[in-house]
Design a binder for this molecule. Structure first.
Ligand code: VTB
Length: 315
């Protein structure tokens, strides 16, 4: 995937910049449209045989970047793509933190084809990879992580989205003396942050959020040597059948990291629209826009930050 990373970085940078006029204007739909148009146009310039496996929705509900859409020139390497032109459209339209333009790529046939529904997710960094289990009670996973990191329970922190459906985990963690960090929107970056050694980053991400965002995060986590496990939560017959038709015989079984992304030949690229815990949002300087992106490559497990100056004449 190495040879493509620069090109995909250009795609997420362009999509993020396309949203700039819409940040804080209250126009969610326009912002998403601008990012989606830009992302699709740039993707189609890349010499690859690409297929969207995670995108803007099913073919009948999304005119662009729908699941199954072919992108790229149609020649060259076969690539699975998971895309989200904006994770955090509400944040963008309200001018709040945590909006990104994001793409994950992987060798053809290796990404989970996940329908748009809720997914339960847990993520931890490399130290406890291979040791946690989504089917264990929270306390057991926390004790495993504490031991793997040589920390006391009271020194651990979990991060989760501020939603009522997560309150029972928050209460359980607090009762054990574990701190919790709650965020409002956009669960991809918080999930990945648990794999990065930085003062203050959480030790465990837990939560129920979008399945598409789950697959995107799984590629980022894999590219840092961490571990993610998940479970789809279909709650109607239609959602259940959709899973089955996408090849998941038992839709609500636990998914291993392997089941989410089945290769190290993968990469994760996200450009910040507004600031998040790992990188700064778009800066509007006199002659240039500056974008900040994170680039993760499954083959080398490095955490790269890329700042790019975009002369305004060419934007
Ligand atoms: C999730 C999460 C996303 O929206 O889909 C969430 O994965 C939706 O949660 O990153 P609610 O239905 O509780 O609002 C995001 O946070 C994007 O904003």
């Amino acid at each position: 995937m190495n040879q493509f990373i620069q090109e995909f970085l250009h795609v997420t940078e362009s999509a993020a910049l396309a949203t700039y006029p819409w940040i804080g204007t209250g126009n969610k739909i326009e912002a998403d449209q601008a990012a989606t148009d830009s992302m699709r146009t740039q993707l189609n310039k890349i010499h690859m045989d690409g297929e969207i496996v995670i995108g803007e929705g099913e073919i009948d509900e999304a005119p662009m970047l729908f699941i199954g859409e072919k992108v790229g020139t149609g020649h060259g390497k076969g690539i699975d793509l998971a895309v989200d032109p904006i994770d955090g459209t509400t944040s963008t339209s309200k001018g709040k933190n945590n909006a990104i333009a994001v793409i994950a790529i992987a060798k053809k046939g290796t990404l989970l084809h996940a329908p748009d529904m809720y997914m339960e997710k847990i993520v931890t960094g490399p130290e406890a990879a291979g040791k946690i289990n989504i089917d264990f009670p929270l306390e057991k996973n926390l004790r495993i992580i504490a031991e793997a990191k040589g920390k006391k329970l009271e020194e651990l922190k979990i991060i989760t989205q501020d939603r009522e459906r997560h309150n029972h985990w928050v209460e359980e963690a607090r009762a054990l003396g574990v701190r919790t960090e709650l965020f409002e929107e956009g669960d991809i970056i918080p999930a990945i942050s648990t794999c990065i050694h930085r003062q203050g980053n959480a030790d465990l991400f837990i939560g129920i959020g979008g399945a598409p965002e789950g697959v995107l995060a799984a590629v980022g986590v894999k590219s840092l040597g961490g571990e993610m496990q998940a479970r789809l939560l279909p709650n109607t017959d239609e959602q259940w059948n959709r899973c089955v038709s996408m090849g998941l015989a038992r839709p609500n079984e636990a998914l291993s990291h392997h089941g989410l992304v089945n290769t190290d030949e993968c990469a994760f690229i996200a450009t910040s629209i507004t600031s998040n815990m790992l990188s700064q949002g778009i800066e509007n300087n006199q002659d240039v826009f500056i974008t900040h992106s994170i680039v993760l490559n499954g083959l080398d497990k490095c955490f790269r930050h890329i700042a790019t100056e975009h002369p305004k004449v060419t934007v």
